[in-house]
Write a protein that binds this ligand. Structure first.
Ligand SMILES: Cc1cc2nc3c(=O)[nH]c(=O)nc-3n(C[C@H](O)[C@H](O)[C@H](O)COP(=O)(O)OP(=O)(O)OC[C@H]3O[C@@H](n4cnc5c(N)ncnc54)[C@H](O)[C@@H]3O)c2cc1C
Length: 420
């Protein structure tokens, strides 16, 4: 063993890091505040650069069993007129798929793998980290029991990584003077509905625009019942001055937003009926934080949402946490000195993720919808080519892929014969 690592937070990033470290022969222990890890949340996407890393961790068959392999992105205006369609993942020639899945399914695949490979004790639940200190030899994390609040034994290791999400205590200790989260003014209502397959059965739909009401809709589980229905994830995004508290589990109310979509009756989906049939509705503000000037001090660093919370407009939150985990494990495996390794990790990932944070604010893939909304004055069009050319639409999509790191040049694509 070269070194050992304390991981604070057993979410998507923390568990992926534990697996990547395990693969590199580096000891890791995960401390998670939740009393039990439950399959929480709704839909999440992992793009080809993220699935590449998860497949390198030998999770392909488990993930493909629970996920929908997304084949295309489709953009409509709020009148149901098709703006743009492009293939995704393997359908676009990538060697790795784009997977749409329930966050809980992804979380459970990661948790089972960590416990199976690193041992049942590798993840301790009910341990809330309350801070850390460090000296020349090690970092020490301090904990309280999540349920009773009583102090638990402090834990010491060569490295400590804060993977503790949007309310990270490690980030707060590193940057106590950081400003408030940045509110975009948009509220998201997120939910899941059991529904028959629509369009290709593996389409990621974006429709409308934020000021009039925008929907993102994609299936996340196939064939969930005898009628062949899918579990379909949806997000309604509306400019609305509402509660900005960041709580992933806050319940939402249908009547607060469904009115915006009342006349969205498309031939492939009756949107208001689909929303009203939801099993679950959650409300969450579209909030991020300005990129940090540094993540690392000595033996302590940040990863995932703790390092770079971003607005979820490019399907990249989980993927960037997964890429962080790979970069950190590689750095620790190749640098003899632990603090040098953390510096190398930050060099590779901090500016790269800051660019994604900024791109998600200004020009995420749904900038396509904004352009059409503005140019048509929110009116139906006669021909999309009169509004915006195919080249321009492709340029918006390609620019995002380049910044997020899954463009065809970076990842490579296969030819029609399946050769790379
Ligand atoms: C309950 C929940 C539901 C979510 N639902 C969705 C969703 O539906 N769709 C979506 O796109 N994204 C969702 N996310 C966010 C998504 O998982 C992340 O944006 C992304 O995957 C990056 O992962 P992460 O590991 O950095 O953060 P997260 O996956 O948020 O993991 C952070 C982990 O740290 C733990 N933690 C926090 N504070 C402490 C502490 N002091 N001590 C120890 N552990 C701590 C948290 O309990 C959590 O398990 C959800 C997150 C959570 C926690």
């Amino acid at each position: 063993m070269r070194t050992d690592v304390i991981i604070v937070g057993g979410g998507i990033g923390g568990l992926t890091l534990a697996l990547a470290l395990g693969q590199a022969g580096i000891a890791a222990r995960v401390f998670e505040a939740a009393r039990d890890i439950m399959p929480l949340g709704v839909g999440i996407n992992v793009l080809p650069h993220g699935t590449r890393e998860l497949f390198r961790l030998d999770l392909a068959s488990e993930l493909e069993r629970v996920a929908v392999e997304t084949r295309e992105a489709v953009f409509f205006n709020r009148f149901g007129q098709l703006i743009y369609r492009e293939p995704l993942g393997r359908a676009a020639g990538y060697r790795w798929p784009q997977l749409s899945l329930h966050r809980g399914d992804l979380h459970m695949v990661l948790l089972d793998a960590v416990r199976g490979r690193l041992g049942a004790d590798a993840v301790r639940c009910g341990w809330t980290c309350v801070g850390f200190e460090q000296d020349g030899d090690a970092a020490t994390a301090h904990f309280r029991a999540s349920v009773t609040g009583e102090a638990l034994p402090s834990q010491r290791a060569a490295i400590l990584v804060g993977c503790d999400g949007i309310h990270s205590v490690i980030r707060r200790q590193l940057h106590p003077g950081e400003g408030e989260p940045r509110h975009s003014g948009v509220t998201m209502w997120r939910g899941v509905t059991r529904w028959p397959p629509f369009l290709s059965g593996a389409s990621m739909v974006r429709a409308g625009w934020l000021s009039c009401g925008k929907m993102v809709i994609y299936p996340i589980r196939d064939a969930i019942d005898t009628q062949g229905r899918q579990l379909v994830n949806w997000v309604a995004e509306i400019e609305a001055g509402r509660d900005q508290t960041r709580d992933w589990t806050r319940r939402g109310n249908l009547e607060d937003f469904v009115g915006r979509f009342e006349d969205w009756h498309f031939d492939w989906l009756d949107v208001p009926a689909f929303i009203r049939a939801a099993d679950l509705v959650l409300e969450y503000p579209m909030v991020d934080q300005d990129p940090l000037p540094w993540w690392t001090t000595g033996r302590v660093t940040l990863l995932g949402d703790a390092a770079h919370p971003m607005v979820p407009r490019g399907s990249n939150g989980a993927g960037q946490a997964i890429l962080d985990a790979r970069a950190l494990a590689d750095a620790l495996a190749t640098h003899g000195d632990a603090t040098e390794a953390l510096g190398a990790y930050e060099d590779v990932r901090r500016e790269a993720t800051a660019r994604v944070v900024r791109m998600n604010r200004d020009n995420p893939p749904d900038a396509i919808l904004r352009e059409v909304f503005v140019r048509t004055g929110d009116k139906p069009f006669a021909r999309i080519d009169d509004v915006i050319g195919r080249d321009e639409l492709e340029a918006i999509s390609n620019a995002y892929q380049r910044v997020a790191g899954y463009d065809r040049e970076s990842l490579g694509v296969l030819d029609s014969e399946g050769r790379s």
